[in-house]
Design a protein. Structure first.
Length: 407
């Protein structure tokens, strides 16, 4: 594609300085060949040559004529001679200068955050990248304010204590911008995982949920023989439907009697259908995707309550057949400290009804697991793998399914 001739010339000269700023040891002069296919016709070439000759007269570059240049007027390449002169010609500051200004701005703005060795290391890495004319977290020195915001948000999450908080309230309190975290959640999640590689989650939203930053105030939706009596609430079972409870109330709840099984369900529609269409004596819990910390701790409390009554109560999970659904199941298994059996998440269902698997993120850490999760992870790593959203399926009881397999 042909470019504006002046822009093409300036881009060529800037490329020389980009290469000059790259942190590599050089044994030869920096030269760049000229590609006339991007410049255009004779008039455009004249403008292109004019810019290059102007730069040469400042002493910044030297032009080398093509072998037949005395007949065609074409140039073969441009050579960097004096970087300082070329910086002035292009009205461009050296990368070291802009990086140093960014460094001073960060030091003056968030000294309390840089007192933490981890965040000081991140800042040093960013400045080092910028001095070499490279981006850091996809940011360049002119975006130093965005980096400061990312560091403030990450530092706030690292030191978050107590209950979960919705992301917009947190963002407003930290940086006076309710949407800042939403715009930078990928960068923030990357820094969180770098600080603590064991932090649950692979997608940015998962990492934030596991760190206490939620998209909305969560209620734990539950169906089963719940028993709860307090000054604020009195519950004796959820009947034929389900109820939503604040996480703090759930931690005071017990079960009135043993259940035949516990089932966690990933998505709301499938949970609602299961709770209203499947009868029986069970405890059903909605994870609503990757569960937030407080929701997860409430679920763990009820799982323990059920297992205290009957230690052999089986635990099932029903979710999407894909990498994300399996990561959720593994996170539940780790949190509960119990083997999770997968329900309606068999490869044959995905083969029959599914579609192309779009991501295998995180599966490499699950293939070595025992049980259903490891088995499904190993299949999802194969070329035959497909994905299946659980809403495709009608709900069914795992107890009835087990009975059918073992009459």
């Amino acid at each position: 594609m042909q470019q504006n001739s002046q822009h093409a010339a300036e881009a060529l000269l800037n490329l020389l300085l980009d290469r000059f700023e790259a942190p590599v040891v050089r044994v030869r002069d920096i030269t760049q060949p000229i590609d006339y296919t991007v410049i255009g016709g004779p008039s455009a070439q004249d403008d292109f040559h004019r810019v290059l000759h102007d730069a040469e007269r400042t002493g910044g570059i030297a032009l080398e004529q093509a072998r037949l240049g005395r007949f065609t007027g074409e140039l073969a390449r441009v050579r960097l001679v004096d970087p300082d002169s070329l910086y002035k010609f292009l009205v461009r500051a050296p990368a070291t200068t802009t990086a140093e200004k960014a460094h001073q701005s960060i030091q003056a703005t968030i000294p309390e955050i840089l007192a933490d060795p981890y965040f000081r290391e991140i800042e040093e890495e960013a400045i080092g990248a910028w001095k070499g004319n490279k981006s850091f977290l996809g940011l360049v020195p002119t975006q130093v304010e965005t980096l400061i915001t990312v560091l403030r948000l990450t530092h706030g999450i690292v030191h978050l204590s107590g209950r979960d908080i919705d992301h917009r309230t947190f963002s407003r309190r930290m940086v006076k911008d309710s949407k800042a975290l939403e715009r930078s959640e990928g960068r923030v999640a990357q820094l969180l995982k770098r600080r603590d590689p064991s932090l649950a989650g692979d997608e940015p939203r998962e990492v934030l949920e596991a760190s206490g930053i939620v998209r909305r105030a969560h209620l734990l939706q539950v169906k089963g023989p719940l028993r709860l009596s307090s000054n604020a609430l009195r519950v004796e079972g959820t009947g034929d439907v389900f109820i939503g409870l604040p996480w703090a109330a759930v931690r005071e709840a017990t079960l009135a009697h043993a259940v035949d099984y516990i089932i966690t369900i990933e998505n709301p529609t499938s949970f609602w259908r299961y709770s209203t269409e499947i009868g029986g004596n069970y405890l059903a819990l909605l994870t609503d995707g990757f569960p937030a910390r407080d929701v997860l701790s409430s679920m763990a409390h009820l799982v323990r309550a059920a297992r205290l009554i009957a230690a052999d109560t089986p635990l099932y999970h029903w979710g999407d057949i894909d990498a994300g659904g399996l990561r959720i199941a593994a996170h539940l298994e780790d949190t509960f400290g119990l083997l999770v059996r997968l329900h309606q998440m068999q490869p044959e269902l995905a083969v029959a009804l599914g579609s192309e698997l779009k991501s295998r993120k995180g599966l490499d850490r699950l293939v070595g697991r025992a049980g259903d999760i490891g088995e499904l992870a190993r299949w999802l790593e194969t070329e035959q793998a497909k994905m299946l959203e659980q809403e495709e399926l009608d709900p069914s009881s795992p107890v009835l399914a087990a009975t059918a397999r073992n009459p």
